[in-house]
Design a protein around this ligand. Structure first.
Ligand code: IYR
Length: 260
């Protein structure tokens, strides 16, 4: 018989399963299709922007994006994230100076040639004007552990995955609100914890400058992969007798098919 772990009152994740009815809106097929297409087409217009206008943006758009990010699923529902929204010009300048110092070293000597070659078509370098031009810089921190007020600690699970999903939602919300973003990862970025005064259990995960694009902003001429190159379906074959006969498409395995 497995032993039932005792509930530790110091641990907010400890507790029994208390089921409540699911609230779920079943969409009619036409509405579902329309919403799905609209979201797909809108997200396809998102571009990573590196040149920002200094024009302010409504704070509520930022707040809503963080609230949306915080709806992400997370390991054991631990919600292991903190989003620090920086608009103070002095703090942005401090972050920029520290980021540029690290990036200078990276571009000059830390990044191997292969990496530098992969970045060439993106037009990046060690000058990070976006960190001071963009009216908001959101820094997402990942909490490796829970730390209670009494010093009680417990590991968080699937932190990388949880953070990735949350930041994806953050970017989607900001884009839907008509704002431009940059997913920026200065490396290493430990300096952010110090500058922003975050506790030791938090690691910087992603820096997201947010604002309107500069009027003369440019983006690289790059394309996204074709759906056929990223989507593999494993669907029943028709007629059923044909099952087991592989239908091969691009990038397929013998067990899968490109048929939807
Ligand atoms: N962190 C550097 C380099 C960089 C790395 C990748 I991977 C990118 O997609 C873009 C940039 C920088 O921010 O410039």
């Amino acid at each position: 018989m497995p032993t039932t772990p005792t509930v530790d009152p110091r641990d907010p994740l400890d507790g029994e399963y208390c089921p409540v009815p699911l609230e779920f809106d079943r969409l009619d097929p036409a509405t579902a299709l329309q919403r799905s297409r609209e979201f797909r087409d809108d997200m396809a217009r998102r571009r990573t922007v590196r040149a920002f206008s200094t024009e302010d943006v409504p704070y509520e758009l930022i707040e809503n994006a963080v609230a949306t990010a915080a709806t992400a699923p997370s390991g054991a529902h631990a919600q292991p994230w903190t989003f620090v929204v920086v608009s103070d010009p002095d703090v942005k300048a401090e972050v920029r100076a520290a980021a540029e110092e690290e990036e200078r070293r990276s571009y000059e000597s830390r990044m191997p040639d292969e990496w530098l070659r992969a970045l060439r078509r993106l037009g990046t370098d060690d000058v990070k004007t976006h960190l001071t031009d963009a009216p908001y810089v959101i820094v997402a921190f990942a909490q490796a552990h829970y730390v209670g007020p009494d010093g009680y600690t417990r590991k968080h699970y699937y932190v990388q995955e949880s953070m990735g999903i949350a930041c994806g939602l953050l970017l989607a919300s900001l884009h839907r609100a008509g704002l431009a973003t940059l997913t920026h990862t200065p490396s290493p970025m430990g300096f952010l914890r110090t500058i922003l005064g975050r506790p030791r259990n938090e690691r910087p995960y992603l820096v997201v400058p947010v604002g309107y694009p500069a009027p003369d902003a440019t983006v690289p001429d790059i394309t996204r992969k074709d759906l056929r190159d990223v989507l593999v379906t494993v669907a029943p074959q028709h007629p059923p007798a044909a099952r087991g006969e592989a239908v091969r498409g691009r990038g397929d395995t013998a067990r899968s098919s490109t048929r939807g």
